[in-house]
Design a protein around this ligand. Sequence first.
Ligand code: BEZ
Length: 233
Amino acid sequence: MENEIELKENYGSIPKIGDVAPRFKAKTTQGDISFPEDYKDKWVILFSHPSDFTPVCTTEFMKFASMQEELKEMNVELVGLSIDSIYSHIAWLRTIKEKIKWNGLENVEVNFPLIEDIKMDVANKFGMISPSQSTTQAVRAVFFIDPNSVIRTIMYYPASLGRNFDEIKRVVQGLQKTDKEGIATPADWKLGDDVILPVPGSCGEVEKRMKEQDDETYCLDWFLCFKKEINKF
Ligand code: BEZ
């Protein structure tokens, strides 16, 4: 209840990292969905795009669809959204499958749900509209939501800039790895690179960390220690 009151107050603004993602029900190209109920124990990438039948969005949808299986193997479900009708969505997705060849991708079928959000209800709960840009189109937002429905990362791009799909995958890999191992990742980290150990919280722990370096770890200074990932992949 407290969460619901707070969300009404924040209607239209972007929820923050660490917030529980707003609940919603929506009509989509794959039938009705309820979040979070339909996504129990799963990661969700909820993303918005400005409009159907636009060039940048078309390339992005082809990329998202081509990654869907790989993401499913990582326990991640995709959900798209734009301020268009379900009929527009269906017509656009059919056009993509039947007519568009791009960058080695063709005959691409979009099997993940694309939300109809004519009333902008879901878009406003997630702050996907930036009124100074457009009051009728969403920006390119991406919400990475964990299995506890907590928002873990947010990307927010303008209409003219297509998203980087290697980065989208890297964010999922990084979030899942940091959750599993309690480590952090350095700048430009990618799967297989060395990772950062938590900073010691006391002088005693510093001493211990510096003395106990072994074949698996190395420190550049007491506050910057790495765990080797060599040969793990
Ligand atoms: C596009 O997807 O190409 C696009 C959409 C809205 C504004 C500009 C570009």
